[in-house]
Design a protein around this ligand. Sequence first.
Ligand SMILES: Cc1cc2nc3c(=O)[nH]c(=O)nc-3n(C[C@H](O)[C@H](O)[C@H](O)COP(=O)(O)OP(=O)(O)OC[C@H]3O[C@@H](n4cnc5c(N)ncnc54)[C@H](O)[C@@H]3O)c2cc1C
Length: 506
Amino acid sequence: MKRTRIVVVGNGMAGSRLAEELRRRDPDGERLDIVVIGAEAHPAYNRILLSNVLAGSITGRDTRLKPDGWWERQGIDVRSGVRVTGIDTAARTVRCDDGTGAGHDEIGYDELVLATGSRSFIPPIAGAVDESDALVDGVAAFRTIGDCDQIIAAATGGSSAVVLGGGLLGLEAARGLLMRGMDVTVVHPKDFPMERQLDPAGGAVLTRVLTELGMRMVLGRRAVARDAENRTVVLDDGTELPADLLVLSAGIRPEVSLAEAAGIAVDQAIVVDDLLRTSAPRVSAIGECAQHRGEVYGLVQPGWEQAAVVAERLAGENRFATYHGTANVTRLKAHDIDLASMGDISAEMHCSHSEVLTLADPTRGRYAKVVVREDRVVGAVLLGNPDVVGTLTQLFDAQLPVPVDRMSLLIGRGSGAGVEVASPATMPGSAVVCRCNSVTKSQLTTAWKAGARGVAAMATETRATTGCGGCSSVVQGICEWLRNSDPEPRDQPAHETPSIEEEGAA
Ligand SMILES: Cc1cc2nc3c(=O)[nH]c(=O)nc-3n(C[C@H](O)[C@H](O)[C@H](O)COP(=O)(O)OP(=O)(O)OC[C@H]3O[C@@H](n4cnc5c(N)ncnc54)[C@H](O)[C@@H]3O)c2cc1C
């Protein structure tokens, strides 16, 4: 039987997940010939964890998504350090360049999936790039493991850094540099940081928290130039800030050049339908390079959900598998700052169709806003309030009814209400507990059954809790529940935990 050749362009978080999902549906490789082509020289890694690498809590090697040799053992043909330079949608081939100057390779496909992600937006700052548009020495973006290495090499204690952009990534970079002993200034064009995830009141509390940690926040300003000689950054009001290092974290742009050149429809990103097909026959797109129902996501969860949908379709399980969109939950992964944001928090206090609950304790760096509509959480922001994040995330994700005592949403377990809905016993097996590493309750249960008896052992087996750490209390709760419901340890060696949940487990 002729195998279907599926070529995936991009060995990032969505592309590698797709390859894994496809192989899971054809474990012996009888039907699917999977080729993954990735421009980065590294094996697939968890990009989310780069903030932890920058902060020095883990190494680049710890970010690898799979152990050495895993892809070969799965019979997946991974070509790292190879860039796809063209697509011929009529001949169904892609052109590849391995950068060695040895010429171009052509690879044929039956199905092509674009998972080219995004690139950092480089704002127009005089002196930041050379004549070939490459960043000059002392200026770095924050997107790849290569960027991270470059920043770490330049981050010497006592020297100064300016981070452009007070969004999630900018703040994570700034916190990491602060922890490396640098003098750090964040320059952000809006009146408060993380304006996409926060409201002004929450933004003011976050600014205070960051300032108290030692970060200088310059808000409502843009950088216009970098002076290499004086090692400064010049702002639009003429202020000069010391900057031995300038980190650009001013947003991302979907990587669509390949699709555009091939005549595939592109708007803000590559346009896909509910089956995640592009305008070209037999070409799909997933992850940050895809635009679905007008939405372009900048988080990993949608890409992983899209990978599962495309795998279902291309592996012949369900030719009409559809994607319906993903509800976003964002967590700031920065030491000493606990911030989670989900859904739509734009409703005002006296909104007639929503209940808006708020709590502000700026002196202690705490702020919470929860928006409830028809007894469901439609949005929330929680700063300095880690105890309620797990419960609220579960309520939001599963759209479960909220407790009658609404205050418990803001103050958590202490109130004695609202805990039950998110108890491990009632949580579905498919609930994602650790978003950074995409670990479900089922996987934790499987790890427990394989001998992982505690949070540390679960972390080793599944990587849960090793990202932002925000799921630690939920993992702890699952351990307690399993200890009570499955008290007898089995003499069974721990084995490699399947990285995709076993359907129906738990
Ligand atoms: C520091 C950092 C922290 C983050 N933290 C979070 C977080 O806490 N939570 C969250 O949900 N998200 C977070 N994100 C975002 C998350 O990493 C992305 O949403 C996710 O990586 C998107 O996956 P992707 O596969 O679409 O793109 P990517 O992971 O960027 O992969 C795309 C790959 O395609 C390759 N490529 C592009 N063009 C070509 C070509 N022509 N030929 C071959 N290969 C090509 C690229 O080199 C890249 O390796 C973070 C990102 C960063 C940088």
